[in-house]
Design a protein around this ligand. Structure first.
Ligand code: ADP
Length: 160
C-alpha cells in the first residue's frame, strides 16, 4: 500500500527550511503531496501558481513529490487525496500552540488523520517565509535562505 504524506503550507515563498522538510519527509511516506494553501488569511506576495512553480524548481525532478494547490479545509483535502499523514514543521515553542490546535482539529474533522512534526536542520530553524520577505523588501540578500530562482523572483517583485 502506498503511504501518502501531505505537507501543506503557504510557501510564500518556499525557503531552504521547507526544502529540508520535504527531503526529510521522504523517510515517512512513499509519496509526498506538497500543497500550497490558496485561501490563507494573509495577503500573499506570490500567487499560488507562482509558488507551485517555485516549489517545482526547488524540488527538481523528484518522482515521489506531487505539487498541488488546495482551497478549503485541509482535512477535506487530505481525505480527497488519500493522505495518511499530515507533515508540519516545528521551529520554536512559538509554533507549538497553533500547530497543536490544528492537529487536534484536523483529527477531530477526519478521525485517523495523524499529524507528524519534523524539526528542520538546526541552522534553518530560525528561517521563515515572512522573515525572507521582509529582508528582500528592504533590499537585503536572501541568497543563503532560498533557492536562486526564488531569490531572483523576490528581487524582481521588490524592484523599484
Ligand atoms: P503556514 O502559513 O501554513 O504556516 P508556511 O509556509 O509558513 O505555511 O510553513 C509551512 C510549514 O513548514 C509549517 O509547518 C512551518 O512550521 C514549516 N516550516 C517553515 N519554515 C520552516 C523551517 N525553517 N524549519 C522547520 N519548519 C518550517
Amino acid at each position: 500500500m502506498t503511504r501518502i504524506g501531505l505537507y501543506p503550507g503557504s510557501f510564500d515563498p518556499p525557503t531552504k527550511g521547507h526544502e529540508d522538510l520535504i527531503r526529510r519527509s521522504f523517510s515517512l511516506c512513499d509519496r509526498l503531496i506538497v500543497a500550497v494553501a490558496v485561501n490563507g488569511a494573509k495577503e500573499p506576495l506570490f500567487s499560488p501558481e507562482e509558488r507551485v512553480a517555485m516549489l517545482r524548481t526547488v524540488v527538481g525532478e523528484e518522482p515521489k513529490v506531487e505539487l498541488r494547490t488546495f482551497d478549503g479545509l485541509l482535512a477535506d483535502f487530505a481525505s480527497e487525496v488519500g493522505a495518511a499523514v499530515i507533515i508540519r514543521g516545528l521551529r520554536a515553542v512559538s509554533d507549538f500552540e497553533y500547530e497543536f490546535q490544528m492537529a487536534l482539529m484536523n483529527r477531530q474533522l477526519h478521525p485517523g488523520l495523524e499529524t507528524v512534526f519534523l524539526v528542520a536542520a538546526v541552522d534553518l530553524t530560525y528561517l521563515s517565509s515572512s522573515l525572507v520577505r521582509e529582508i528582500a523588501r528592504l533590499g537585503g540578500d536572501v541568497g543563503d535562505f532560498v533557492h536562486p530562482t526564488v531569490s531572483t523572483a523576490l528581487r524582481e517583485r521588490f524592484a523599484p
